[in-house]
Ligand binder design. Structure first.
Ligand code: UT7
Length: 333
């Protein structure tokens, strides 16, 4: 049987920095409020002409180069995103694939909001383990600034832009394999986080109100409470199910939504400070891109070594959530 190995990571962040003080000039908020309630100091904003696929392509270039897998051998591209280049078609994954000059692999987008990377990882694992695909490029890329209402202080303080990517390859060595991935959803809470218009559920009013409805809306406090409760339960379950103690986790890489959510879940697992990977302060919440961007952060600091075990968790619109136990298994040592 083939197993799925997490071979490499790459990421890209746009140059423009939007600080809390910049936001305080746009809406009624302050650096102090944002930092205290979210742990965020600044976030990156893509250039006007920079698309989600452009950022995803840059992250993927790095991931492929670092993987040692020839690009013509990539046979599946999955892009987790809620800010695709185009709402309905073509999928951002097909554009990324073309930008990279790949050999016409299967390519599609994954709509699971902030859980997009973990969902995509589970697709990669399933395709590789079934023998249908051998080398999967998993991308998480978001231009959330394109769907953010910069007059709504309840959402615009949280989100930022960026991309991350990973290459998942078949291996016969079980030691290298992704151990387990949990994924779940509950559409009963769909209205907590949504872009109400632009789809078949739209009210199809005047074009102007239609466009405004394409921005994200969030019931932040309710989402926060469900996130803490659900994630704590989910990560405890995935550890127990696999007989793994939290002190065996070298890197806990949570979705970077809000420092208070990360702390609550980390504390429930008795994670030590040095186990928890944090990028929320400098990048904010980049939805489907946040986990691969955070993994890349420790990789580029030289803190992620071959064989080290990562615990990933995410929670987002849908509602969706998930967790994954992933050893880092590069081909190139
Ligand atoms: O990533 C996917 C899933 N998303 C999440 O997990 C996000 C979860 N939610 C959150 O991170 C938090 O709910 C927020 C950061 C969005 C909001 O923090 P909160 O502690 O839940 O605040 P709140 O919504 O309960 O609001 C508390 C007060 C309110 O004022 P009153 O009614 O008490 O007078 C808000 O109007 O804070 C006010 N407020 C603000 N004040 C200054 C809300 N946003 C702001 C703001 N600046 N940006």
């Amino acid at each position: 049987m083939a197993y799925a190995a997490f071979r490499s990571i790459g990421a890209y962040v746009p140059q423009k920095v939007l600080t809390n003080n910049d936001l305080a000039e746009m809406v009624d908020t302050s650096d102090e409020w944002i930092y205290k309630r979210t742990g965020i100091k600044e976030r990156r904003i893509a250039a006007k002409e920079e698309k989600t696929s452009d950022m995803g392509t840059k992250a993927a270039e790095l991931a492929i180069e670092r993987s040692g897998v020839p690009r013509e051998d990539i046979d599946l591209v999955v892009c987790g995103t809620i800010s695709p280049d185009y709402f309905n078609m073509p999928a951002t994954a097909t554009i990324i694939s073309n930008n990279l000059g790949l050999n016409s692999p299967m390519a599609f987008d994954m709509s699971a909001a902030c859980t997009g990377f973990i969902y995509s990882l589970s697709i990669a694992k399933a395709f590789v383990e079934s023998g249908m695909k051998k080398n999967v490029l998993v991308v998480g890329a978001e231009k959330l600034s394109a769907i953010t209402d910069f007059t709504d202080r309840g959402t615009c303080i949280l989100f930022g832009d960026g991309a991350g990517a990973a290459v998942i390859s078949a291996t016969e060595n079980k030691e290298e394999a992704i151990i387990d991935i949990h994924t779940a959803a509950d559409g009963a809470y769909a209205d907590l986080l949504m872009t109400p218009n632009g789809g078949s559920g739209s009210q199809h009013d005047a074009l102007e109100s239609e466009a405004a409805g394409c921005y994200m809306q969030m019931k932040g406090n309710e989402t926060f409470k469900i996130a803490v409760r659900t994630l704590t339960k989910d990560v405890k379950e995935i550890l127990a199910h696999n007989n793994i103690e939290s002190d065996s986790i070298k890197h806990f890489v949570p979705h970077q939504a809000n420092l208070r959510i990360i702390k609550a879940v980390g504390d429930a697992l008795k994670m030590k400070k040095e186990q928890v990977v944090l990028t929320v302060e400098k990048y904010g919440n980049t939805s489907g891109a946040s986990i691969p961007m955070a993994i890349n952060d420790i990789y580029e600091k030289g803190e992620l070594k071959a064989g080290e075990l990562m615990l990933l968790d995410a929670f987002g619109g849908g509602l969706t959530w998930g967790s994954a136990l992933v050893p880092f298994s590069p081909l190139k040592k």
